[in-house]
Design a protein around this ligand. Sequence first.
Ligand code: PMP
Length: 481
Amino acid sequence: PFLSIVFLSSLTHSSVLCRQSCKLHFEAAPLKIVRASKQYMYDEGGTEFLDCINNVSHVGHCHPYVVSVAQEQMAKLSTSSGFLSDSSSQYAKQLVGTFPESLNICYFVNSGSEANDLALRLAQAHTKQKDLLVVENAYHGNLSNLIDISHSRFKKMPGGKKEHVHVVPWPNTYRGLFREDHANLGEAYALEVKKKIQAVHKEGRQIAGFICEPLMSTAGVITPPQNYLKHVYKLVREAGGVCIADEVQVGLGRVGDYYWSFQSYDVVPDIITCGKPMGNGFPMAAVVTTTEVANSLACFESSFGGNPVSCSVGLAVLDVIQNEKLLSSAKCVGLVLLEGFRNIQPNHPMMGDVRGQGLIIGVELVTDKESRKPASEAAELLTYKAKQLRILVANEGPDKNVIVMTPPLCFNIDNARHVIQVIDKVLAEIERGTCPDQMSAQSDEGITELTIPLDIVSGVESYDDDDDDPHCKRARYEDMD
Ligand code: PMP
């Protein structure tokens, strides 16, 4: 019955089984995508959409090199774990090579959720404690014990917070407890963590660790204030806990400056989880940790984790990242996005904040810049209007008022300019109240081409001057087509 329901739902575009719990992008008018290439997706009618949502197709949809490696390995050997394999040892070596030296042990699993689950087991085995410090509004995966530690999920559920979970404030310097006018933001938010640890001790409990995304994606693209993580990691370790960095969404070069987002904050976690981007759409994930932590775990097994196909795909993705200089490209294109949005921000009474790093960018919409009240409906409307103009963006964060862009890393400067132009136009219409109501935005009627002069976004143009910069001239895979 399950199969037939899923089949039916794919036929009708409406989800019979999932209506209540499984959400689709653009729920009111979901897209049926039939193929994708690079940073573009195509529906049944051949309409092309610029994909700013897909943080899984990391090096570009259906990258020909990754696809050919996967096909070749699938035809040669695809087996469960338990055998020696060149590809798994080579992949483990190369993946671990992207981390600081102390992080030298790698476990392969199949999803970000599995990776976080194993990270919790490692932390709990190492410290012999169960309690965890978690960040308000965070998400760490769909397994029961991860829902238990994901504030964004358990706050909506009947059981609420479990005893062993301790929530520390959302370090959002735009709309959080302490804001940009505070002199020592990192210290102020870290002090809240210290108070929480003291409260845990008062209850006669001890912590196993602290888990957070160094750059918080689903919590609304929150880049924590300077020194926050440094202070928190120190406090957690003094209390006997370990520090877990969830890099499932933001890792593997998305932030542009580094392979891993924690590297921007001058900290070294004890356990790191990675997932989504590793297989460019192939389901695979990993946990990386120290020998000391790994030695605490009595046993670990995964039938599919680290199978030869996953490892070959993982190696191919790492090769593409290097060969196509995708880190420096993400950094450069990310700067274009940040600067472009910041340039148009003064023209938009609802564009409260623009933030991010590399190719994870958030534009926070508010009803007015004074109150900073989340403009959730406007954000939702903007995503539907942008979709009509063939740009796919998401609205995220606890109030769903942050327009989030996490495109494949082959996203280029022209794409960035185009997205800025579309959001500029659509947001101006929403602000003027001339945007058709939500229902008509949700239908695909009246899809039009955008006819905005290219120079509308001042300041962005100057990046053209960088054409000689090898970082901006990303080698693309056009020539492999
Ligand atoms: N951690 C973070 C930060 C995530 O964004 C996600 C997925 N959205 C997960 C964990 C879970 O990963 P998966 O869906 O692959 O299980």
